[in-house]
Design a protein around this ligand. Structure first.
Ligand SMILES: Cc1cc2nc3c(=O)[nH]c(=O)nc-3n(C[C@H](O)[C@H](O)[C@H](O)COP(=O)(O)OP(=O)(O)OC[C@H]3O[C@@H](n4cnc5c(N)ncnc54)[C@H](O)[C@@H]3O)c2cc1C
Ligand code: SF4
Ligand code: SF4
Ligand code: SF4
Length: 381
């Protein structure tokens, strides 16, 4: 039976819990809200399926995926639609066509309480909830069995998520149900803590004395490269903050397993991979801050999806799209352990002030940086 005595060995995909027909495994949150399997030894019969299904290791299965993907860059032509996608809108273009052809799509969306979970869309309207990046690990509990039910009924399913989630789902499903399954994985920097996200929102709502009615992790009104999050409150006020506020980019609150991620390469598990196409030449017309998607076609099924969507995409080389998350895992901050200990004993506000950008230390650094930049400009004149 599966035993996680080292957090670096589990990405929280839920495949082990989903495959256990004896209901012996529960996915339980740790102090940061990340889910880990816990086995009830009284219910376990020792069949070993949970160990076999786990794909979080170097030799993960790739089925019939190409050795090397074909790369494209793409942007939705409609400006309003483009604003509603984090990159160039590749996910929406493919998923919308998939639904129009009678399929259903799974992806990460907010709940009413701003938690991030995987949800199903079967219309253009419900698909909109799956759009845009949510920088929190999405809770997959119950999703794999729901996908299995859909496939059993003969429904075509497009599942989207991080590469480790896609690898877990494919391994969980029996081969006989793979024909109608299509997968999109996203290029992934690593997933931040769901519990810190929840604490951060509670802090903001208390501060503004109003409920949040809209949240966005990277608001495109500040450009594609911009790192500004936005919150709309019930009282009509809107607030913009630096995206690193809840400690994501600093690497403090990332899941441990992301720092040893096996999927940060071109050996993709999805049929299609989507990400940001950061490798745009400076003089390109795409360098206008509106966003550009990178698309990797990884299998015959991926090619089929791409052709069905009739995307006007430009072929590029793999060299053109290389980025750190296709070369090596992100690193956890060296003070990660201290951060977690402080969070467990002293709470969100304490760590947000000490390690994040809510306190005076961050404000001082910010002011000093701004002054240094100003001085440099004056000297250069
Ligand atoms: C945590 C995270 C880190 C990322 N890091 C990088 C990176 O380092 N480099 C890079 O090139 N791209 C990264 N991306 C992907 C990128 O930001 C875009 O999501 C992607 O290019 C798709 O954009 P789009 O315009 O095609 O569609 P969008 O509509 O913006 O994409 C939505 C898609 O993202 C999925 N998604 C959103 N949030 C989550 C989540 N929490 N968990 C699982 N799936 C999610 C949805 O299911 C859907 O498939 C990251 C995304 C996330 C969520
Ligand atoms: S990576 Fe997935 S299958 Fe493996 S132990 Fe963690 S939750 Fe279970
Ligand atoms: S060994 Fe079998 S019964 Fe025991 S937890 Fe794993 S899947 Fe369940
Ligand atoms: S970095 Fe790797 S392990 Fe972490 S969520 Fe992304 S794909 Fe999964």
């Amino acid at each position: 039976m599966i035993l996680i005595d080292n957090k670096y060995n589990c990405c929280g995909c839920t495949a082990c819990a989903s495959i256990c027909s004896h209901m012996a495994i529960k996915m339980n949150p740790d102090s940061l809200g990340f889910l880990y399997p816990q086995v009830n030894s009284e219910l376990c019969v020792g069949c070993g399926l949970c160990d076999k299904v786990c794909q979080f290791y170097e030799g993960y299965k790739r089925y019939n995926n190409y050795e090397t993907p074909m790369a494209y860059q793409f942007r939705l032509s409609h400006d309003e639609q483009l604003k509603r996608s984090q990159s160039g809108g590749a996910f929406f273009a493919i998923a919308d066509k998939f639904i129009a052809n009678g399929g259903v799509v799974y992806g990460a969306a907010f709940t009413k309480n701003w938690r991030v979970t995987h949800q199903k869309a079967n219309s253009s309207h419900t698909l909109s909830a799956l759009r845009m990046s949510k920088y929190v690990q999405s809770d997959l509990r119950g999703s794999f069995t729901q996908v299995k039910e859909d496939l059993r009924k003969g429904t075509k399913v497009l599942f989207s998520g991080t590469a480790c989630q896609v690898a877990g789902l494919k391994s969980y499903l029996p081969n006989c149900l793979h024909d109608n399954l299509f997968c999109i994985d996203i290029i992934c920097h690593g997933v931040p803590s769901p519990q810190i996200w929840e604490d951060y929102l509670a802090y903001l709502q208390k501060l503004r004395n109003s409920k949040i009615v809209k949240a966005c992790f990277r608001d495109k009104r500040f450009g594609w490269h911009g790192a500004r999050e936005s919150f709309l409150f019930e009282n009509g006020k809107e607030e913009f903050r630096r995206t690193s506020n809840y400690l994501y980019f600093s690497g403090f609150s990332m899941r441990e397993s992301c720092s040893v991620c096996y999927y940060t390469n071109f050996k993709r598990v999805g049929d299609i991979t989507v990400g940001d196409q950061w490798g745009i030449p400076k003089d390109s017309t795409y360098e206008d801050g509106k966003g550009l998607s990178l698309i990797l076609i990884n299998s015959e099924k991926g090619k089929y999806l791409f052709e069905c969507a009739k995307l006007k995409a430009e072929s590029i080389t793999l060299q053109d799209c290389i980025q750190p998350q296709l070369e090596q895992p992100s690193t956890l901050h060296s003070a990660h352990l201290r951060f977690v200990r402080d969070y467990e004993t002293k709470g969100f506000l304490y760590v947000a002030k000490k390690y994040g950008n809510l306190g005076w230390r961050y404000k001082m650094v910010y002011v000093i940086r701004a002054l240094t930049d100003l001085l440099r400009k004056i000297v250069q004149r």
